[in-house]
Design a binder for this molecule. Structure first.
Ligand code: RIB
Ligand code: CA
Length: 329
């Protein structure tokens, strides 16, 4: 009983916090697969953040499919304040893997969600507008390969230094990776970009695979979302059907919400434990994208690494956010 009371108190505290705290302006950089969609739904359903822009990057699927999926999701959700959509970059290396085998040919569970041709701007314009209009308060949630972020950092370093904080889903630092058991997909897909961003000295929080893998949705959670009567829950339930039905691996019947956990790091930081360290990224060879703790070096290039998560409370907050936000107008 005591645990339940704490949870209710926490939930009220969160609501009170969000009422007290001005919305954090947010730009989401995403390779728009299904766990990316969960992160976007979570951000759009929470008044603590104000989603100013959603920028596509190649990764789970190619760049054009990622941008189309952003349009499909926003068309289905029709949020009160429509974020700017940006077209970023794709990675050009030979033989790169994507994640369509897990997510379906379109990266979105092959569901019937139509794009409506929402306007799209270049990612440089989307970043500049979001950073300048936020006056030094912009948070970037990077939940795909860091190709766009590294390009902005390289081409416009002063603009990039006006970003308040960058939350990254990526890396497998104190645990196994999902690429050959060593690297994590986002860092593997563009290891040079990952190395450049993580060594930049910007305020960065990394949500690595060994933390994000602790939060999954199962069939009963999906049924709860589908019956919620709210657009965020219903749309997400449709996207989740494919991976939950088709995953024959150890995660059968469950779907890991890597990117939604990174988004939760922005919304509910008290649910995580963290440490500070420098990361060393392998930038070539079969272990490209591998991320390991680096000893010594410039302390100004350390990042915050999340090391543990209260998965139960995070899942409860996530389901409450996705099922109780009245998008239905
Ligand atoms: O390794 C998991 C990450 O790679 C997630 O962001 C997933 O969406 C893919 O981009
Ligand atoms: Ca992603």
């Amino acid at each position: 009983m005591r645990k339940r009371t704490i949870r209710i108190r926490f939930a009220r505290a969160t609501c009170q916090e969000s009422e007290r705290v001005l919305s954090t302006p947010l730009l989401i950089d995403t390779d728009m697969g299904i766990d990316d969609a969960a992160a976007v739904c979570l951000a759009l359903a929470n008044e603590a953040v104000d989603v100013r822009a959603i920028v596509g990057v190649g990764g789970n699927v190619d760049l054009e499919q990622a941008v189309t999926n952003i349009d499909r999701l926003l068309t289905a959700l029709n949020p009160p304040a429509m974020p700017v959509i940006g077209r970023g970059m794709d990675q050009v290396a030979e033989g790169l893997v994507d994640r369509r085998s897990v997510l379906g040919k379109d990266g979105f569970g092959e569901v019937d969600l139509a794009a409506s041709g929402l306007p799209v701007v270049g990612f440089r314009e989307a970043y500049r507008e979001a950073i300048e209009s936020a006056g030094g308060e912009l948070t970037v949630l990077a939940i795909g390969p860091l190709t766009n972020v590294a390009t902005i950092l390289r081409e416009s370093p002063e603009l990039a230094r006006s970003i308040r904080r960058i939350y990254v889903m990526g890396g497998a630092v104190l645990g196994k990776g999902n690429i050959a058991g060593v690297a994590e997909f986002n860092f593997h897909r563009d290891p040079v970009a990952a190395a450049a961003v993580l060594a930049s000295g910007l305020n960065i929080t990394v949500s690595p695979l060994e933390v994000t893998s602790h939060v999954s949705l199962d069939e009963s959670n999906v049924a709860h979302l589908a019956a919620s009567g709210y657009r965020t829950g219903e749309v997400l339930a449709r996207l989740l059907a494919f991976p939950i039905e088709h995953d024959a691996g150890p995660q059968r019947g469950k779907f890991q919400l890597h990117d939604a956990v990174a988004a939760a790091g922005v919304l509910w930081p008290s649910l995580f434990m963290r440490t500070r360290m420098r990361l060393e990224i392998t930038t070539e060879g079969e272990h490209a994208g591998r991320s390991k703790p680096a000893l010594g070096g410039d302390p100004n290039t350390q990042i915050d690494l999340l090391t543990a998560v209260n998965a139960g409370d995070l899942l409860e907050n996530l389901l409450e956010s996705l099922c109780h936000e009245a998008f239905v107008v």
